[in-house]
Design a protein around this ligand. Sequence first.
Ligand code: HEC
Length: 159
Amino acid sequence: MKLSRKRTYWWLIIVAALFSLSWSWSVAENPESEPNGTLEAMLHPPSPVETILRESCYDCHSNSTHWPWFVHFRPFASKIRRDVEDGRNKLNFSEWRMQTGGNAQLESRTLATSCSLMEAGMMPPHYYTYVHPGAAPSSAEVKRFCQWANAEANRLAAR
Ligand code: HEC
């Protein structure tokens, strides 16, 4: 069956309308970071720890977010942007120096809290690992991260 020309127009209009309703011109930006001020530059985590952070945390807590393609579609657009904004404001590993202000006690607490939240399964959040199953750290990875984070937290607290 061939669609009549009139019907084809109607379909085009409907598709265009749905698209424009759901499309969002949200900015999905990764700001520049000061290379010497990142967590990596300052605390030199061993590479397995760096990998865990990159895979499980950096989408929301760094300036190197991998924005998913659906970031431009409602209803995800505002939720994703808000999460990255809130996540970065609270903790941005790319702006470690600026955020902690060189306060060793604050650095120490932040690392210890990161470990606790990971152990409690609260970070990364469940809705995120549901969409990105690869980002859920295994229990061995949580252990590896905590081993480093807690040792580093103790070292910093003793400063
Ligand atoms: C999907 C985005 C997302 C991912 C991925 C994510 N977080 Fe978060 N995180 C947030 C948001 C949003 C907040 C702030 C809201 C809140 O406090 O509940 C937060 C808060 C935190 C805080 C509390 C900061 C404070 O001072 O209150 C810590 C620590 C933290 N996250 C660590 C991590 C670690 C470690 C990982 C990786 C294992 C991680 N997060 C992965 C979104 C995320």
